[in-house]
Design a protein around this ligand. Structure first.
Ligand code: ZN
Ligand code: ZN
Length: 424
């Protein structure tokens, strides 16, 4: 007797993730996030749990005329196996050959898509020294490819998938199914794919962000001054800095939205003109470790004192990565009323948490955040105050209690934020 074919569709329907919205997320990633062009190749990375999304992405990419779609998938258990059983010497190594190939692909105008969705706390229980060594080896191997991303040579995009282990972290009290559904809904809302016409919604959102950064670019502030509980910080802005936000044009001429979601307008601080002290307003989830209650003091752009109530060792190791790791590479403004902030959730994921609050980033600056940035050499960028480092780590310093003044060259101050909201 021939057995009936096992029902495939009902099993898929059991997923708490709405398949229609998941497909819309893929469409937004390809059409808005990447704006993938006919004939353009696509390199994508994703956790294995995100396979349903990766399939939708491949479909939308090929329907948009993609050349070749090449996915590379990661797995939490494979990552953990390395920490449990890997030889000590292996923690100073990385797959350089792979990253060299990635850099080569970027040089050939391949677009880059990253799907994030792994457990952000995956490595919490592992030896922090090994985590730091592996991260450093990885950062060094990735550098030639990362330079092309940081230099915005090509169109790139990051989106998220509600993986179960991540969802359990965000909603520890819920069952796994409920947690995944809640995280999926939060991702869909923040990515604007729960709206009837997500593509039109992104167009409008991009126009609003443009209005904000255009105003900031007209002001040409020489510094921003942040004040609030535990914070009195002057962030000098780089010479010839340019504010950006939402959609922007990569050097290959393609207008894309690198982050989905995004609520920030951001620019390059001057690596040698930051002074005062600042406290974090949300925990920073850094490659598996939670760093909480960060308090640092800057002198002439460099962090000279750093404390954290949790994860202080990891923070200090991060600051020691290289000369630029204790200087700023980004300052970003996000109103306290942003949808992600209003969700009240801590996502343990920078892509979301940085869009809930004003933030600063340690490390590498973005060349595109300079006037005529595409034509500046690394030497010119450094001279104008752009920072260089193997790392780029955003951490949150905004809240409903933060005021920000824009400071002009002549000392004149203009309110930019009051109580966490745009003052203009
Ligand atoms: Zn940012
Ligand atoms: Zn950043």
């Amino acid at each position: 007797m021939q057995q009936k074919t096992p029902p495939v569709a009902p099993a898929a329907a059991k997923s708490p993730i709405d398949p229609v919205k998941l497909d819309k997320l893929a469409e937004v990633a390809i059409k808005v996030g990447l704006n993938l062009q006919p004939g353009q190749d696509l390199f994508l990375t994703a956790p294995v749990a995100a396979l349903p999304l990766v399939r939708c992405l491949a479909e939308h990419a090929y329907r948009a005329g993609a050349g070749l779609v090449t996915p590379i998938m990661s797995d939490e258990e494979v990552t953990l196996a390395r920490y449990r059983y890997g030889r000590n010497a292996s923690f100073d190594r990385a797959a350089t050959w792979l990253y060299d190939g990635v850099a080569k692909a970027f040089s050939a105008n391949t677009a880059r898509l990253a799907v994030v969705g792994d457990n952000p706390m995956l490595l919490t229980e592992q030896d922090p020294a090994k985590v730091a060594r592996a991260n450093k080896a990885n950062s060094m191997a990735y550098q030639p490819a990362l330079e092309k991303i940081a230099g915005f040579d090509i169109n790139w995009n990051i989106i998220s998938f509600p993986g179960a282990s991540w969802a359990r972290q965000v909603f520890p009290a819920a069952t796994e199914k409920t947690a995944v559904k809640k995280l999926a809904d939060a991702i869909f809302a923040a990515s604007r794919v729960d709206l009837d016409d997500p593509i039109a919604a992104w167009k409008e959102h991009n126009a609003n962000l443009r209005k904000r950064y255009t105003w900031l670019n007209k002001q040409r502030f020489s510094a921003l001054h942040f004040s609030g509980p535990g914070t009195d910080l002057t962030v000098g802005l780089a010479d010839g800095h340019e504010w950006q936000g939402g959609a922007s044009k990569a050097k290959n001429g393609i207008v894309c939205n690198p982050n989905i979601p995004t609520e920030e307008v951001f620019t390059t601080p001057h690596a040698r003109r930051v002074s005062g002290h600042v406290s974090s307003t949300k925990p920073l989830s850094y490659q598996g470790t939670l760093i909480d209650d960060i308090q640092v003091r800057f002198e002439e752009g460099r962090i000279v004192e750093a404390k954290a109530s949790r994860g202080e060792n990891v923070l200090k190791k991060v600051l020691d990565t290289d000369e630029g790791a204790s200087r700023l590479g980004e300052v970003a403004l996000v109103p306290h009323s942003s949808p992600i902030s209003k969700s009240g959730l801590l996502f343990f994921n920078t892509l979301f948490d940085e869009n809930a609050a004003c933030h600063i980033a340690l490390g590498q600056c973005y060349a595109k955040c300079f006037l005529d940035g595409a034509n500046l050499t690394p030497g010119q960028i450094a001279k104008q105050g752009g920072n260089k480092s193997l790392i780029h780590i955003d951490w949150m310093i905004g809240s409903g209690k933060i005021d920000i003044d824009g400071v002009h060259e002549n000392g004149r101050r203009v309110p930019v934020f009051r109580q966490g909201e745009w003052a203009q």
